[in-house]
Ligand binder design. Sequence first.
Ligand code: SF4
Length: 310
Amino acid sequence: MEKQDIKIGLPRALLYYRYRVLWRVFFQELGMETVVSPPTDRDILERGTALAIDEACLSLKIYLGHVAALAGQCDYILVPRVSNFGRHRSMCTRFESTPDLVRSVFRGPGQKFLSYEVDEEMKKKDEQDAFLEMGRTLGCSAKAAKRAYKTAKRAELAHHKERVQRYEQQYKKEGMKVLIAAHSYVAEDPFMGRTVSDYLKRVGVIPLRADMVDREAALKRSRELSPTCKWEVSREILGGVAMHKNDVDGIILLSAFPCGPDAMVNELIARRVKGVPMLNLVLDSQSGTAGVETRLESFIDIIRFKEGKL
Ligand code: SF4
């Protein structure tokens, strides 16, 4: 198969929200086409829920729904394994097991899956090694894959920096500001966190994101709240909270049910960050928008009352 004929499917869930630019540019640079599953809707959620075990977190159920939406639509579906970026820099174990899980759920001759593995701690494989290996699997030379990875990484970092700068501007604006502490795939998914930020905007509150910060700086600042947390993304969120807790009127701890890392980290934030109104919002497949909005409405009223504006 010619490279330009290869179509790679990207499920719009989980790590897509962190790596979408990296993935899209990498495959584009190699002359391949990418196709992204549509935004989460009720059908995707129900398909994913039917494929997952009951104990799976809502984010994983949604992910399986996106894989199902792409099955049969592309040559490969990208399902990476991202274990860690070194010692004490782990990802949630779900990201270690997703390729095996997906291959088992979607077994059968039809759909092919493409993966790469990042495990700096045990296997000494960093992200660049992983992408070069993936390039080889697709029949590309090491030189072409390396060039594509470098271009894609630059684009990803520039994109994140630009988003962080946009959020920085928001902190300078007048008006009530609420910091949302959540994984990007929870914060941005239309069936999860997007309902929260949309509601806040509708009632005139500025929603901000704890993960929209310089990642290296956030990892350092995270130690103020927890010197031992080992989950990379949770540490970025902790760092974001430490950096901005005094710049906002309230904090929403937003997670998908049932999430092990968030259960621990959100409890830790609630215990260690004092003096800022906080709402712990755990979303599951049954949480309707009405229930979420009622809780948000009371939270905003509490902030207004505390600030003498009610
Ligand atoms: S961090 Fe939580 S929400 Fe994310 S994949 Fe792991 S268990 Fe699911």
